[in-house]
Design a protein. Structure first.
Length: 145
């Protein structure tokens, strides 16, 4: 997986840490049909409970929530650690309801049996191939843990 992740990394971007020796490649169909509907409901519920003041519940918090939810699915499914990361990009282009802010923005990154995919963690919409992701060239760093 490290080789596949390194191919996504623009010059100067940071990748790390990879703490596990093995990662489970996610079944794309499961991600789309099973996990994402559940996640969308969970993130909507979280929005009703969480503080919206300051940076108490923003993209990096939602990115961690997304990554942990997939990790828990791996624990329940008795698999290796799922191949999911939280990445930070410079939001030069609008994506999945997020405006062009020209600021750092956190999104989810998944390695599926169809390749790398990106998801906006604040709404769980628009699972997009990394190769078609609007801000792929502004990747700053990726963290798998």
């Amino acid at each position: 997986m490290i080789t596949a992740a390194e191919l996504l990394r623009p010059k100067g971007a940071f990748l790390g840490p990879l703490l596990d020796k093995q990662y489970a490649v996610l079944d794309h169909k499961w991600l789309e049909k099973e996990f994402l509907p559940f996640y969308r409901g969970a993130v909507a519920d979280l929005r009703h409970l969480a503080s919206r003041s300051g940076e108490a519940s923003d993209c990096d918090n939602d990115g961690m929530f997304l990554r942990q939810m997939v990790g828990l699915a791996g624990i329940v499914g008795k698999t290796e650690e799922p191949a999911v990361a939280q990445i930070v990009v410079l939001q030069n282009r609008a994506f999945s309801g997020g405006n062009r802010t020209k600021e750092n923005h956190s999104v989810g990154l998944f390695l599926t049996d169809r390749g790398w995919y990106v998801l906006e963690p604040q709404n769980g919409e628009h699972l997009v191939a990394f190769s078609r992701y609007a801000n792929r060239k502004t990747l700053r760093y990726a963290t798998f843990h």
